[in-house]
Design a protein around this ligand. Sequence first.
Ligand code: NDP
Length: 327
Amino acid sequence: MFKGILITKDETGYNSQLQEIDSSVLPEGEVTVRVEWSTLNYKDSLAITGKSPVVRCFPMIPGIDFAGTVIESSSPLWKVGDAVVHNGWGVGETHCGGLAQLARVKGEWLVPLAPEFSARQAMAIGTAGYTAMLCVLALEKHGIQPGTGEILVTGANGGVGSIAILLLSGLGYTVVAATGRVDQAEHLKVLGASEIIDRSQLSAPAKPIGKERWAGVIDTVGSHTLANACATTRYRGAVAACGLAGGMDFPSSVAPFILRGITLYGIDSVMAPPRVRQEAWARLASDLDPARLEAITQEIGMAEVCSVATDLLEGKVRGRVVVDVNR
Ligand code: NDP
């Protein structure tokens, strides 16, 4: 038996609860990990609250991320005692996840814990930070450099947004943060944003094309925000789209693409191949000062997970949440 959050769905409804779980619930997999830290991402909150059909089979342990130590392995990639990190791969959706004391996954799904980070710091980064780095890499590969111009980050107080600001400002980019919580402007400036704009400036239906401003954009919001970001991106600029916090639609036109030659990069962290993950984690290790993560991280125990998941979807959480699965 081990402690974890278990999601069930039956005639009595959808239920997420902290409980003792029988190890027979753990799925097939080559590597069993004693989880030390997990985290709460946007998708975890959708799964725990049942607000969106994220969970595809029941019973399910949520948690797309975990960090811990290998305790059993039939994979040639890992041995007992290895420190590992897991992000995505449908874990917490179709395969039991990390909000529990034990997890069992395929060997190729894991990446080594970088020596620069503790397991807790790796979870303060989590899928949100790894996705922020995938976005930064997309802009860099497009040829955008710190001197190219302003970079817009939307959903700035969220997990992806906060780490995107830390990363970009650390690399020397000029970052403009769009947020609904302008009262948090000082905090965003400490992270490295040079200007804060109210997200309402981007949330009305977009014109096909607007005044050119952004050399690049990291968008976590989608919908009208993404359309406005595209319409105001400079000639041959790029937009990295990774989120849907404001909606899944994309009410735009082809104008920014055919008149300004902008590029829209789709960012997926879930099924990204191992070499892409390794590149992102290597760059996180070299570019992100772990000490700076503390300012955007709050720690909770397992008993708080379900209520904080609701807060996160209501936009009440700032930055990242790490979960001590043994508390
Ligand atoms: P968070 O909940 O931590 O942050 C989302 C932020 O978006 C909020 O803090 C808020 O920022 C802003 N926001 C929320 N609702 C709205 C709204 N209605 N309109 C405009 N802005 C809004 O989530 P994460 O940072 O973890 O994830 C952000 C998005 O990225 C999610 O949609 C998530 O599913 C997606 N994602 C995608 C990944 C991928 O692989 N493509 C991986 C990880 C995340 P503020 O208060 O500053 O306005």
